[in-house]
Ligand binder design. Sequence first.
Ligand code: HEM
Length: 544
Amino acid sequence: MDYSWQSLWNKGVGILTSVSTMLLQKHHDANTDRKQLTLRAVSVLVGSYILWKIVLPRRSRRRSDIKMVSGGLPYLGHLLELTRDPIAFINRCKEENGPAFRIYLNGQDVTVLTGPLIRDMLRKPRWFSFEMGIQSIVPINRALKVSYDHKFKGEVLSSRDKDPIIYPIKHNFKPDQLGVFSERIQIAVNKMLNERLNLHPGEKRALPVWDILAVTVSQISCLCFCGSRVGYNQELVEAMANFTRNVIRTGLALSVLPGWVANFVIKRYLSVESQLDLTMDLLVPEMEKMRSREINQDDETTYLAMVLNLPKANGHLRTPKEAAFHFKNVVLASIHTTTHFTSFALHELACRPALVADLRTRIEKLDEITPETVGDIRLLDSLLREVLRYDVHVLGMNHMVKEDVALSTGQVIPQGELVLGAMLDTHTDPEMMTETVRLGSSTSLNQFDAYRFMHVDNADGDGMRSSTIGSEFLTFGLFAHACPGRYFAVNEIKYLLAELIMRYEITTHSGLRAKDFLMRGMTRFPPSEPLVFEGRKSTTNRMY
Ligand code: HEM
């Protein structure tokens, strides 16, 4: 899942821009006074409605034991203080109100939990729903419904059903099962880099890294989840690279526009119908052939085969159409998140030439570069764990309280409250990160140290790998809701980084770490500043 859907401000501006562009175009096209007048009236109404939705303060009327933090401005609330220095602000809140407090952001009250209380929340899925938290910020399910219900509704799962998204990933993507994807990951990465970033030695190109990474991660996902018969389809790869962003845009429109306008705007301009059509057109025939045994499912391990063969609670198998429709959820869970952290990793590397040189020396010692061999490079794993620790959202893990819930502090949070976890604070607080501090890095937790997890001694080394979840490492979630795809994620990210390190010199224009984009003081995005790629002499360019 992605946690980047939180800015009311950006929400408003983005949607206002799309809608006003559309209405202006219509104004321009309207050829009678009457049409012009009607359109002006519609523009005023829609504009007023959006402003009302964005600006009208929505103070919670629910009674909560958790105290509101002092200070803040009208409407903006604590936003400026949070944005200015998130760590100092969270510390002030903790000093004033203890480990749980409420803040006011852009017209909305939210409860923030810190330290062990985040663990409390994640341990209690009966009371805290991640799904409802996300949907309350961006109604993704509604966005999918408005886009596609008229064509296909998808199945309604019963509480006794094994989850067709989580179950197959959880049971088939464990560390010792990932070998079946190794060749496809290599092919995908090399294909995309050869085709899209083929630089001669010394040739330079500056580019924002998101697009090339998203399409490469998407190529990996399409090949591994759907198989080689459809996974090379470039229309599918491009569509899935951008799918999460498009669904978020649609969801944001739904959350700020009045129902009828949203439906109209989405159907005409923001629908993800064509992307869903594409997946169904490609995947359903493939799965029909799997079902009729025209294709031997044993030839290649795919998510498609896993979901097709997973029986429902009533013992029946899903139809190919039902099964194919779940693929979009795996895409939503995997491609954006993986791209997000790979981008951060590249930005951390781009301003640290000595670290890159050290990694390159270790990679050059390998007989061949594969996900398995680079997976064993301790420094690469330490770097990735540090990226996932340090480049984390300031506030994230949005959960909605399903029914009144008591924290271990005795405070009760009322039903319907949106709760956020202070992720960055936890990952940088020496009192929370005792095991990590014990590793002995001389670099404080507030700074980035790619070598931090190199100091783990072998006996409990596995306890601090980039895929090992725990109270000191929350990025992949915890307990029942821990990310089932995390082993696959770190596997593909490390291989992709190794290839990039060997093929290119990657630097920033200034030599310094580019600045992240912090949305609403809470959500961190990798910098949009382009990185400079320069082709290297001894590359591992292999043609496929
Ligand atoms: C760096 C990359 C990734 C990060 C940081 C990440 C993080 C997370 C987190 C925090 C959750 C838990 C959400 C909750 O509380 O329920 C989650 C769920 C999930 N992740 Fe990941 N994930 C990543 C990559 C992947 C990949 C590559 C896959 C697939 C192979 C994947 C599959 C899933 C699935 C299926 C779920 C459950 C989603 C649902 O409830 O519908 N993730 N992920």
